[in-house]
Write a protein that binds this ligand. Structure first.
Ligand SMILES: Nc1ncnc2c1ncn2[C@@H]1O[C@H](COP(=O)(O)OP(=O)(O)OP(=O)(O)O)[C@@H](O)[C@H]1O
Ligand SMILES: Nc1nc2c(c(=O)[nH]1)N[C@H]1C(S)=C(S)[C@@H](COP(=O)(O)O)O[C@H]1N2
Length: 196
C-alpha cells in the first residue's frame, strides 16, 4: 500500500435502559469498539454514547454525531418489539435515505444463529455524509451481524454486513475505509479500489 490511510471518526451508541442506569454493565460499547478496532486498518477516533431507550434522545444523539463528522454510526439495542424498543423509529426520524439491504441481510445472518432474529426491526439510513446502522442489543450479535458466518477454514458462508460498508461510505463522500481481510473483506468494484 503506497498511500496514507484516512483517519476515520465512528459514532458508537449503546441504547439500553438498564445499562445506562447502571443496573448492569454495558457490554455494547466495548463489543463495538473491539470489533471495529480488529476489522479496520484506519486510525479510528470513537465517539461513544450510552443512552436510555428514549426516542427523542436517540434521534438527537444521531444528529449530533452526524454533525460531529462521523462517517459511520453504529447503534446497538432497542430494535425489538417491546414497548420501550424505539431505535428504528428514532433512526428513521433523522433519515435522508433508507438503506433497506442492511436490515434484510442482518436478519438473514441472525436467523442462522437464533430463530428470534425476525423480531429485530433494525434499519440503516443515510443522513448527510453519514451511514447509520442499527445492530441488535445482544452483545454477541454485534460481531455476528458485522462479520457474518464463516466455515472452519474461515471462508464466508453468509456475508456480514460490514463487507458493504466501505463502498457505501465511498459513495456518500466519506473517508476510504480499509479492512483487515482476515476479519472482514470489504467488497468494492475494481474501478473503486484505491491504488495510490
Ligand atoms: N448494552 C448492553 N450491555 C449488556 N447486555 C445487553 C445490553 N443491551 C442488551 N443487552 C442484553 O441483550 C438483551 C436484549 O437486548 P434489548 O435491547 O432487547 O434490551 P432490553 O431487554 O430492552 O433491556 P435494556 O434496554 O434495559 O437493555 C438484554 O435483555 C440484555 O440481556
Ligand atoms: N445475531 C443475533 N441477532 C439477534 C439476536 C441474537 O442473539 N443474535 N437476538 C434477537 C432477539 S431475541 C431480538 S428480540 C431482536 C431485537 O433485539 P434488541 O431489542 O436487543 O435490539 O434481535 C434479534 N437478533
Amino acid at each position: 500500500m503506497s498511500y496514507e490511510l484516512d483517519p476515520v471518526t465512528i459514532g458508537i451508541v449503546s441504547i439500553s435502559d438498564r445499562a445506562s442506569s447502571g443496573s448492569y454493565q454495558d457490554l455494547g460499547l466495548p463489543a463495538l469498539q473491539d470489533w471495529l478496532t480488529k476489522a479496520l486498518q484506519n486510525p479510528i477516533t470513537f465517539e461513544p454514547r450510552l443512552i436510555p431507550d428514549e426516542k427523542e434522545l436517540i434521534s438527537q444523539t444521531l444528529i449530533e454525531l452526524t454533525t460531529a463528522g462521523c462517517a459511520l454510526v453504529l447503534t446497538t439495542g432497542g430494535t425489538g418489539p417491546a414497548v420501550r424498543d424505539v431505535t428504528p423509529e428514532a433512526t428513521l426520524a433523522v433519515a435522508h435515505k433508507e438503506m433497506p439491504g442492511f436490515g434484510e441481510q442482518m436478519r438473514q445472518i441472525s436467523l442462522t444463529f437464533v430463530p428470534t432474529a425476525i423480531l429485530s426491526r433494525q434499519v440503516a439510513v443515510i443522513r448527510d455524509n453519514t451511514l447509520i446502522i442499527n445492530l441488535p442489543g445482544q452483545p454477541k450479535a454485534i460481531a455476528e451481524t458485522l462479520e457474518g458466518l464463516k466455515d472452519a477454514e474461515g471462508k464466508p458462508l453468509v456475508h456480514g454486513i460490514f463487507a458493504a460498508v466501505p463502498y457505501c461510505i465511498d459513495l456518500i463522500g466519506g473517508p476510504y475505509f480499509e479492512t483487515h481481510d482476515g476479519v472482514c473483506k470489504a467488497f468494492r468494484p475494481k474501478s473503486a479500489i484505491r491504488t495510490q
